[in-house]
Design a protein around this ligand. Structure first.
Ligand code: SF4
Length: 360
């Protein structure tokens, strides 16, 4: 589908107030990330006529709430949000052991990459999200937590909004296919929230043209990157990820050399995501190939992901196979962890996001 031309809030603001001094836009942005505000009318730092024009012409929130689901354990929530054109996306909020929250954002409606284990991949691609639609997923949860805190009767019930400590681009879509909007959304979050650059992670299938571009892009922020590897065997990877190709692993190894040579290795270490699928990529031989490849690329962390059930026909690795795989990596000194499965009872776990019908 042709990408819809949607004006961002900043473009609308500039069209409405071409003479406004730069600090006015900064005031607007600070307001948008202030969870005590609920609309333009209450923004008394702006002149009244400006507030009125904004009220009639610029949306306060580009996404409308559909459904919010909460996992049985209460540590994961998933929201279905509706864009102005009716497209629906999903975003997830997860609480870690320290009580801090991570927000998982979507970058596209659907996805063109077609990874065979992923529910989003089965939807196909509809369109890229705008920068506003990306940052508004963060704002949605920021307001949601602030609202909960205001209404909580006891301290233990409170969910302090200031504790969104991480943002991961692991929702619907391939973030680097929507390069400019994702980059600007990250820059905006870094400028107007307390998030530091190591608290934001972009997960990619490994789109090499975009990975090469970001190495030379002075505007690309120094956030963390995670490459969805899923197999260090080219044929298996091609079967799992139709976006892969014969020379992908060699090309990625080349790219990582440059990545590490241009960046401080300790701050900008690279993660390989590896979904464990029974009988597909979880044998001792598969672990050996992953070890060899990890050694080729240098300081890399491996994040093993338990497979969350979708209609793909894949089966997740059994617990003991996953543990064996992990031990094999650790024995040779590779930093590796198994990601805790969260929100699988509300289809909010990795690879389960799919455009749901929202409540009208
Ligand atoms: S895993 Fe990510 S890149 Fe692959 S189809 Fe799903 S959303 Fe797209």
């Amino acid at each position: 589908m042709e990408q819809l031309k949607m004006q961002t809030r900043q473009q609308l603001f500039q069209a409405l107030f071409p003479e406004a001094p730069a600090f006015r836009w900064r005031q607007v942005m600070l307001t948008l990330f202030d969870s005590d505000r609920t609309g333009w009318e209450g923004v008394t730092t702006l002149p009244k006529d400006m507030r009125e024009k904004l009220q009639s012409n610029v949306s306060w929130m580009s996404l409308r709430e559909g459904i919010v689901l909460e996992s049985r354990k209460g540590d994961t929530k998933k929201a279905v949000l509706e864009c102005a054109d009716g497209a629906r996306i999903e975003t997830v909020l997860m609480r870690n052991a320290r009580g801090h929250w991570s927000v998982c954002v979507s970058s596209q409606v659907g996805c063109a990459m077609g990874c065979t284990f992923c529910a989003t991949g089965s939807m196909g691609f509809t369109r890229n999200l705008t920068m506003d639609e990306i940052i508004d997923q963060f704002r949605f949860w920021h307001y949601h937590l602030a609202e909960k805190t205001r209404h909580s009767k006891t301290k233990s019930e409170s969910e302090p909004s200031s504790l969104i400590s991480n943002v991961v681009f692991m929702g619907m879509g391939e973030p680097l296919s929507n390069y400019e909007s994702v980059r600007e959304a990250i820059r905006t979050m870094l400028a107007y929230t307390s998030l530091g650059s190591t608290r934001i992670t972009v997960s990619t299938v490994g789109l090499l043209p975009a990975l090469r571009k970001l190495l030379r892009d002075p505007l690309w922020p120094s956030i963390r990157l995670a490459v969805s590897l899923h197999s260090a065997d080219s044929d298996i990877r091609k079967r799992l990820m139709p976006s892969s190709f014969d020379t992908f692993l060699d090309d990625l190894a080349e790219w990582t050399k440059e990545y590490f040579s241009l960046n401080d290795e300790r701050r900008r270490h690279l993660t390989f995501e590896y979904i464990l699928l029974s009988g597909v990529n979880d044998s001792s031989e598969d672990a050996k190939k992953l070890i060899e490849f990890s050694r080729r690329v240098g300081k890399v962390k491996v994040n093993l992901i338990p497979y969350n059930k979708t209609s793909s026909g894949h089966e997740g690795s059994r617990e003991e196979s996953a543990k064996k795989f992990l031990d094999q990596l650790k024995r040779v000194g590779i930093t590796a962890t198994i990601r805790k499965a969260m929100g699988d009872d509300i289809a909010a776990a990795c690879g389960q996001l799919l455009q749901m019908q929202s409540k009208k």
